[in-house]
Write a protein that binds this ligand. Sequence first.
Ligand code: GEK
Length: 243
Amino acid sequence: MTSPKDSIYANPVGEVGAFKFDETVADVFPDMIQRSVPGYHAIISAIGLLAGRFAREQSVCYDLGCSLGAATLSMRHQIEAENCRIIAVDNSQAMVTRCLQALQTDRAKVAVDVVCADIREIEINNASVVVLNFTLQFIPLEYRLSLLQKIYRGMLPGGILILSEKLKFDDDRQQELQIQMHHAFKKAQGYSDLEISRKRTALENVLIPETFVQHQSRLLQVGFGSAEVWFQYFNFASIIALK
Ligand code: GEK
């Protein structure tokens, strides 16, 4: 997916408001996410490969917080199981509208339903694959356990949850280093110090990272048999949890 360049935080004037997934963000989203999340494309491709392996006949694959549907499209091109469908959910109407447009130009045959809803309010049933690709970090902490319990209950035995998140670290030096390296990554992608700093302010109290151990303990607590990191690039990681 190509998109206009993200320069939302390039303007030095005015106060920085809290980050929102509105039209302005949706318009530049593909550019924004690939220049902000180290390893984003690698994770998207791997989600397709994992869905190809785990999607079961007559089951559902969920893409929760689908944005423009990058993970949905990747899964759609790899799933071979008969009568398997994808449900892609996002609560930003701006994202959902553009996700539907992207799907219209895609010819793969797996059926996709795009739903504009809060992922805390939808039902999850008969799931062989569930993707939370950089979405849980935007769910307030107090809802994370119940959301994962619902996901676990709605999954088939042998199913996979792919959970990608920005991580934090208990060790102060590690935390500082990983944040600095992420900022170095963003600078190398063409963001200025001003843009990096204004985006950081906008995301404060909106994107709440946790440590890998916090994620892993919660996943095991809700019942997953195992939860391990399969990919990490600085403070961005993706976890596979197996039911
Ligand atoms: C990708 N997965 O390209 N219910 C539904 N959607 C939500 C909620 C909620 N409660 N909260 C946030 N979102 C995508 C990238 S972006 C990650 C995911 C990022 C949605 C929000 O509207 C946004 O589209 C998405 O979660 C997070 O693979 O921007 O860093």
